[in-house]
Design a protein around this ligand. Structure first.
Ligand code: SAM
Length: 275
């Protein structure tokens, strides 16, 4: 595997491969960036790594060197020959050519033995949120997610209450994970160069101190609370038992005129457990 723009272009030509915008194909061609992602992800030989979108395999190749096994999902079958060439000699990598969002992840990984399950990827930005939500919705116990995302999206993932980035996704993700930014990434390390900034973000599964009685109810409550961001809970939660919601809010010296963006995770959990 060679990391240079020239070797990448040669391979593209050799295998008659054209980059596709519709699949969010911005490939990393800088070895330092790959090394930084790999080092910060702290992968070892007990780790099974899931990678969404191996592309030409620049990240995959290094993941294979550190991890026990790597399972990749790639939607673009025209990458097959190029990817096989670049992953030559990596016998702990399996590539599944499928839309990740339609995959039966639980079933696909059950044949692997591992102690830790990580997701490490330079994500296709057009489906960042559905990819992350799939791990939650499919009940996959991922220990850590280290992903390159568009900066604005990453900012929303780790947003705190009373900021303009804070939304329902910030609350959901904050329930399951400790979230932090690992790296800023220059636009120049990609081919083609994207017109947005990128960061690498870490979502580490946390041992949650707030226990939910009903996850589905919690998800619905958070979604509905943020339905119209500038409106109060009284307006957004018309279909809920507002007397019970108010009872909980009073404990925090709040009332129904509060807006969702002001509420931390703890209060959402408390409301959800008491309505
Ligand atoms: N990992 C490579 C790298 O860093 O150079 C490529 C990353 S590129 C940003 C995103 C990759 O995701 C592309 O290879 C693209 O074809 C793939 N992809 C896009 N949509 C996908 C989907 N729904 N399921 C699986 N792979 C997808």
């Amino acid at each position: 595997m060679q990391y240079s723009i020239n070797s990448f272009k040669e391979k593209m030509e050799k295998y008659n491969f054209n980059l596709k915008k519709m699949y969010g194909q911005n490939f990393i061609i800088d070895e330092n960036t790959i090394n930084n992602i790999i080092t910060s992800a702290e992968i070892d030989k007990d780790t099974l790594v899931i990678e969404i979108g191996p592309g030409a395999g620049s990240l995959t190749y290094k993941l294979a060197m550190c991890a026990k096994s790597v399972v990749c999902y790639e939607i673009d079958t025209t990458l097959k020959d190029l990817l096989m060439d670049n992953l030559d000699g990596c016998n702990n990598v399996d590539v599944i050519y499928q839309d990740f969002l339609k995959s039966d992840l639980m079933n696909d990984i059950k044949k692997y033995s591992y102690k830790k399950l990580y997701v490490v990827a330079n994500l296709p930005y057009y489906i960042t949120t559905p990819i992350i939500m799939k791990f939650i919705e499919d009940n996959i116990e991922v220990d850590k997610i280290v992903v390159m995302v568009q900066k604005e999206v990453g900012d929303r993932f780790k947003a705190k209450p009373n900021t303009k980035e804070y939304n329902s996704l910030s609350v959901y993700l904050n329930y399951y994970f400790d979230i932090k930014k690992l790296l800023d990434v220059s636009q120049n390390v990609f081919i083609p160069k994207p017109n947005v900034d990128s960061i690498v973000i870490e979502l580490k599964r946390k041992d949650n101190k707030y226990k939910l009685k009903n996850e589905k109810l919690f998800f619905n409550l958070v979604r509905d609370s943020f339905k119209q961001k500038r409106k109060t809970l009284k307006n957004n939660l018309k279909n809920y038992d507002l007397t019970k919601v108010l009872e909980v809010l009073k404990k925090y010296n709040l009332d129904l005129t509060v807006r969702a963006e002001q509420l931390p995770l703890e209060i959402f959990v408390d409301i959800s457990n008491n309505i």
